[in-house]
Design a protein. Sequence first.
Length: 128
Amino acid sequence: MNLQKTLIETLGIKITTLEKGKVIATMPVDERTRQPFGLLHGGASVALAETVASVGAYELVDKETEAVAGLEINANHVRGKRDGVVTAIATVLHQGKTTQVWDIKIVDEAEQMICISRCTMAVLKLKK
């Protein structure tokens, strides 16, 4: 998986843990990820959430015959953040033949909740 020259690289997202059914990643809160009022942009949080869900979902499929794509995502932004680093912890809630559902918690350095998200991933059959 090439993460260079992607939104992941642009936002400074770093995958720190990659296990079957669990992904952890960090993202800086800086000029790349803030909205005009100086707070972490909700869209950046959602991009982080979908990134960890996508990476996690990809690890659970047969890469020879399947791919994954985001189908639906929701997010509740519960606390603002002006600087530092946020960490996303994604865990799989459902792993089916055609969909996966992921729970993503985004926390600050003190493990205070910044955003809670759920992402449904489609499992797609590759054409031969």
